[in-house]
Every structure is written in C-alpha cells, then in structure tokens.
Design a protein around this ligand. Structure first.
Ligand code: PLP
Length: 436
C-alpha cells in the first residue's frame, strides 16, 4: 500500500479537533491516579481520593467458563477489580489488545513517533462509547461528514445532534462505491482541506464488514481506492468494525487500519458480538494525538470502563492467549454461519418473487428489499405484531427516519432455524396482504 502514495502526508491533527474537544485539559486528579497505579508498594500515598476496598462487601469471584475452566479472582485481584483505574484501560488489557491489533492488522503507524500519528489504543465501554466520543471530538456544527446510509441507528443517534451536514455516499452490496465518493469529493479541491472556510469533509464513517443493517462488506480493492481518496482530500476514516470477527469467508479482509500509512484511521472494535455485549468492552485504535483526546473525554465522563469488567476480560484473554481467542471466534463464526444458511434457505422458500436480498459475508443481518411496497414502516410497526413477527423497518436506518424505505432488516442471531422459517413465512403473508 505504501508504494501507492507519492509521499506521506504530514498530518495536521489540530484541524480535525472540534472546539469542545480542543478545550479539554487533563484532569490533575486522573493524572495522579495513573501515577499512583504505577508506584511501588513502598510509596505512601496520602494523595488519592479513592475509597478503601476493605470496606467493600465483595471478597472474591469465580467465573466458570463454558470450556469447563474457571477464572479465579482472589482477594487481592478483587480489590483491584473493585477500585478506580486508569482512563485508557487497565495496562494488562491494553497491552493484550495492542498485541492483537499488531497480529491482525500490523498497522504501519505502530513504528511512527507519537506526534506523527503512532498507533495508540484505549479501552471503551463498548464501541458505541468510542464512536460517540470520536464524533464529539471532531464535529463542529456545520462541518461536512461522509457516510454510507442506511447505517447503524446508534451512529445516527450520536452524530445527528452534533449539527453536522451528513453527506450520503451511495453504496451497494460491496459497500461504498468509490466512483460515487469521487464524484461527491469533486466539489472540493485537495488543497481545500487546509482552508477551513471551504469545509471539505472531515471524515468518512463506514461499517466495513457485515454492515448494520445492510449486511454489506467492502472489498479490498474498494478499501484501497477509498484510502487513496482520503489521502488526496485529507479526511479521516472512521472504521466501525464490530462484525470483523464474524466474517464467514477466509482470509479476513485487510482493514483500513492495516493500510494506514498516513495515520488517518480511527478504528472501533467491539467484544460485544464474541465475548459479551453486557460486559461493555470495546477498544479504539488510531493516531495517538486523536486517541489521547478521546481519553481526555473519558476522564471527564465515565472515568474509565468498569475495572471489574476489564479484569474478567483480561484474565480470560491471557488464559486463552491469541490462539485460544481466535479459536473461540471460529466457533462463534461457525454458529452464525449455520444461522445464515437457515435464514437464506427460508428466504428462498418464502420470499422468492416477493423480495430481493444479497447473502451477507459477515455479521448477523439479512437486508430484505420488499417488492411492491414503497415503505415498510407501517407494515412492520402496525401489522407485523398481529402476525406475531418482529423485524426492523428500513426507515429506522435512514438519516431522515421520515424518509420511506422498501427494506426490512431480519436478524439471524437469536431465533432458531425453525423460528426463522416461521418468521419469514409470516413476513411473506404480510407482504402479500400489503400488496393487495
Ligand atoms: N457499531 C455497529 C455497526 C453496531 O452494529 C453496534 C451494535 O450493534 C455498535 C457499533 C455498538 O456496539 P457495542 O456493543 O460495542 O457498543
């Protein structure tokens, strides 16, 4: 990839920072907490305002893993798990996750100097926290940003109130269409990026694998073309990839992070689909000057992701090692792969002639375009319940939810193959009645 760029961009990160983020300063107390956590036992700390864990009611914990082994959290570790901890995440989890990123993506930025966009990583309470803080870090009211709608409703919920101008980039079953992106960008000149009054787009947001709701996955060629455009027009890429570990085919697609020679990719990962959604563990990887800004925001909001959650996760990951973790993801993929087959064969059985769809190559969603129904909203919200089937109408993922959509999103995560079959049979009946 690096050979494709005539020269590396010297990134001016300051131009991406919104006023609210630029005004954030480090909390002196949080800095002391970090110092305290790293100090040897001989240091007497009268500085900290932390509570004494000996007063807490919990003593130890033992978590039984499905493979029959147990994670033991003894008294000492439990004291740590119940205490405040560093805002970027507990060091042992951060270093494990950095190793994971190196193994999976080998980001070129790992070897850069910190001010030149060296890759940094922090733990977040799910990828949603990382995303919403990244948006808040970058967006000033009136800024232009790019995304491929329809998209994840949580992204729209975080982004829309910030008052930016969302520019929709056309996409198909292989994700964003680079030529369409090029046409949108032709309104600007590459040198406009240095002129704030020209408001050239600050970032492109995309879900590169098993998109929610579309199930679409970007091809490697398209990613390379999109990265080249980002390089030319100097915008950031926000790679929201919670379905990365649910890719059905091998080899897994190279990520934007793996192509990031400039230091312009912010990647949000999630443990929600493979370890637990309720534990709330995600991680943000990207150029240090930007990740550090998100950490300042964490210092001012959650302080840090639950230490207990991080300790349980870290113990499991260290016990498994990278190999064990990847073996686990294989078993999860195996499950969703079978579910996908069940959904596709039921869709063939019941919806042929009534709707169209593409087989998703990652994730847990089938995006169904209903024929002859211009807007599925009323059909789903008012009539589907009577037929005892629930789906999400496509309009829920539009930038303007009042816009009509002929699509519905069907998930194959929770229902059994029999339920999936019955659910799609009911959807077929619903469509037939609606079209009458
Ligand atoms: N991004 C996308 C595309 C999602 O589909 C989801 C959850 O469904 C999230 C982010 C948030 O995930 P997390 O549980 O890691 O916050």
């Amino acid at each position: 990839m690096s050979g494709k760029h005539a020269e590396l961009k010297d990134m001016n990160y300051a131009r991406f920072i919104a006023a609210v983020s630029a005004a954030r300063t480090e909390s002196p107390i949080r800095a002391l907490t970090d110092l305290m956590l790293r100090s040897p036992p001989s240091v007497i700390s009268l500085a900290a305002g932390v509570p004494n864990p000996d007063t807490f009611p919990f003593k130890s914990a033992s978590v039984v893993v499905r493979d029959g082994t147990t994670i033991e959290i003894g008294e000492n570790l439990m004291k740590k798990a119940l205490q405040y901890s560093a805002s970027p995440g507990i060091p042992e989890l951060v270093s494990w996750l950095k190793d994971l990123q190196k193994t999976l993506h080998n980001p070129p930025t790992l070897t850069y100097s910190p001010d030149k966009g060296q890759m940094e990583l922090c733990v977040t309470s799910g990828s949603q926290e990382g995303l919403s803080k990244v948006f808040e870090m970058i967006v000033n009211p009136g800024d232009n940003v790019l995304l491929d709608a329809p998209t994840y409703s949580g992204t729209l919920a975080a982004l829309k109130p910030l008052g930016c101008n969302i520019i929709c980039v056309p996409s198909d079953q292989h994700g964003i269409i680079p030529q369409a992106l090029k046409e949108i960008l032709s309104k600007w000149k590459p040198e406009d990026a240095a002129k704030p009054e020209r408001k050239s787009p600050k970032f492109l947001y995309t879900i590169p694998n098993g998109g929610n709701p579309t199930g679409a996955s970007l091809t490697t060629e398209r990613k390379m073309e999109i990265y080249q455009l980002a390089h030319e027009y100097d915008f950031l890429i926000i790679e929201d990839d919670p379905y990365y570990f649910l890719q059905f085919g091998k080899p897994w697609a190279p990520t934007f992070l793996s192509m990031d020679v400039d230091g312009r990719v912010l990647r949000t990962d999630s443990m929600s689909k493979i370890l637990s959604s309720g534990l709330r563990i995600g991680f943000l990887s990207g150029p240090k000057p930007l990740v550090d800004r998100v950490i300042l925001h964490i210092q001012a909001s959650t302080l840090h992701t639950s230490t207990f959650t991080q300790v349980v996760t870290s113990q499991l990951l260290h016990k498994w090692g990278m190999k064990g973790f990847l073996e686990h993801t294989e078993s999860v993929i195996d499950f969703y792969s079978r579910q996908r087959v069940a959904m596709l064969s039921s869709a063939d059985k019941w919806l042929t002639g009534l709707a169209e769809w593409h087989s998703p190559s990652a994730g847990m969603f089938l995006w169904i375009k209903v024929k002859g129904v211009a807007d599925t909203h009323q059909m789903i919200m008012e009539k589907a319940m009577q037929k005892e089937v629930l789906l999400v109408p496509g309009s829920a993922f539009n930038i303007e939810t009042t816009e009509s959509s002929p699509y519905v999103r069907a998930s194959f995560s929770i229902s059994s193959p029999e339920q999936i079959d019955q659910g799609l049979e009911r959807l077929a009946m619903l469509i037939k009645e609606e079209r009458k």
